[in-house]
Design a protein around this ligand. Sequence first.
Ligand SMILES: [Zn+2]
Length: 150
Amino acid sequence: MPESAQIALETQLDEWENLLKKSGHRITTPRRVIVQSVLEQAGAFNAEELLASARQVDDQISLATVYRTINVLVECDLVREIDGASDKQQYEVGSGVDTQAYLVCDDCGKTIPLHDDCLILRERLLIKQMGYSVKQVSLRVRVVCDGNCE
Ligand SMILES: [Zn+2]
């Protein structure tokens, strides 16, 4: 893994841990290992695959802990369940909430989609704590490009 990717992963790991703590979840060492394994998954994964990956770091981790951690991540809207043909439940990093975000350029009127699964995650968590379920997020950010659009 390149150094920049390693730094990005550690930043995301810190971010997720903060979000989990804020929603009242304890971060134990096995949980940290599992969360890191989740972030290292390139695409969809199931619990057994995650267990295999986490056990490379800590061979004491149990499947039950993996399931509990996945459930916490799903509950916090960091991981979503995928409906698939496989008999094993598949998961992927991302939100279950429909999130649409784009930049609108004041200079030239261009619309640029913003791809970020963790977008306004903190706010969504706050809204959840207020007792609401988030159904959809739509974000429009006005920008100026100074010719960057061309
Ligand atoms: Zn522009």
